[in-house]
Design a protein around this ligand. Structure first.
Ligand code: SAM
Length: 345
């Protein structure tokens, strides 16, 4: 691309970005009001039908629909509204992997905190966590005091995981795993997928007690092969027995020192030949690209933990080597800026 074309693209993106927070919230509000779902059920609808369904004041609904039409997610033809193909695919269903869950989670938990970015980055810690009562150092722990919001948060996380998990689940390396320890395994979404795909695999999902409780409702269909271990991965021992340890979307929350400590802990409980898998977002090695990675790194530092980022794969490979793992390698360029780094004891 010529420089002038590049500048044009940056200029267009700049103008979009300046308006994006408002548009994001309009789309999230429409998801909360179930407008995409309503339109999917009816193919298309008049303004009056949407007004009756949402019960919003007419003027306010007019403003909302104009905003969502401006994003292209809704279309208006001859005075009737319909979902675009993208809205129909991503936002109209209540399925576990719906972007409707993701966008509501980001609206409720992530983005309110981002207004504190300057303050938090200056302070060098996650000052936005002050909005959540408690003295625990991370959002994950404090959310356990607010079960309703914790459920919204984990529904969003699980939906995003379902959208990005296939690249992990289909890896041939898991065919040899007999007992996986899924550290920070959340509500069990990843382990359930892995166990469904690999009939010989059994998994222990290790997470904080309130999250294990959320997982309890999900793992019943594979209860003989997915079990739950509540605990704190920093202060509790990892169990002996597993021949592989998975950290999926977990290590990036923490500092390099903490990551190294977790990898050493995994190394200590694995048998010789045991494997470790690190799955999650990787920024490019030159740390200049990756919009999902950028959002995540900021969220960690402003709100979730006050540290961490979507580290480049080269960082994970170095830490794996320092922890004693051999044959360290990364599968790069997986969907949604993901990478899978692996090592063997
Ligand atoms: C981003 S989520 C990832 C969930 C899941 N592995 C996935 O890929 O969808 C991070 C998980 O780490 C858990 N976690 C954070 N701190 C923890 C700790 N100290 N001990 C155990 N789990 C922790 C959180 O509760 C959360 O479920």
């Amino acid at each position: 691309m010529r420089d002038a074309d590049q500048d044009d693209a940056v200029y267009d993106r700049f103008l979009f970005l300046m308006n994006a927070p408002a548009l994001f919230n309009a789309v999230a509000t429409s998801a909360e009001l179930r407008i995409f779902r309503f339109l999917a059920d009816h193919d298309e609808a008049t303004f009056d039908q949407i007004q009756e369904f949402t019960d919003l004041p007419r003027h306010q609904l007019r403003v909302l629909l104009q905003a969502v039409c401006a994003t292209g997610l809704l279309v208006r033809r001859d005075g009737r509204y319909a979902n675009s193909a993208t809205a129909l695919e991503l936002l109209a269903s209540d399925d576990d992997d719906s972007w409707a869950h993701i966008i509501i989670g980001w609206k409720e938990v992530y983005y309110p905190a981002f207004g504190q970015m300057t303050k938090a980055l200056r302070a060098g810690t996650n000052t936005a966590l002050d909005a959540y009562p408690g003295d625990e150092p991370t959002l994950y722990q404090r959310l356990s005091r607010n079960p309703e919001l914790e459920a919204v948060f984990h529904r969003a996380m699980s939906a995003f995981t379902l959208r990005s998990v296939d690249a992990l689940v289909h890896r041939p390396e898991f065919a040899d795993v007999r007992h996986l320890l899924d550290v920070g395994g959340g509500d069990g979404t990843t382990s359930i997928r892995l166990a469904a795909r690999h009939p010989e695999l059994k998994s222990t999902v290790f997470d904080i007690p309130s999250v294990s409780k959320l997982a309890g409702g999900k793992t019943t269909s594979l209860a003989d092969r997915v079990d739950l271990l509540p605990g704190n991965m920093f202060t509790d021992e990892f169990p002996l027995g597993p021949d592989a340890v998975l950290f999926s979307h977990v290590l990036e929350i923490f500092s390099g020192d903490q990551i190294l400590a977790m990898l050493r802990k995994a190394y200590d409980v694995l048998p010789a030949g045991g494997r470790v898998f690190l799955y999650g977002y990787n920024v490019s090695d030159d740390e200049t690209s990756g919009i999902f990675s950028a959002r995540l790194g900021l969220y960690f530092n402003v709100l979730a933990s006050g540290q961490g980022m979507a580290y480049p794969a080269s960082d994970y490979e170095r830490w794996l080597g320092q922890a004693g793992f051999r044959d360290v390698t990364t599968v790069r360029d997986l969907p949604f800026e993901h990478g899978l780094s692996m090592g063997t004891k």
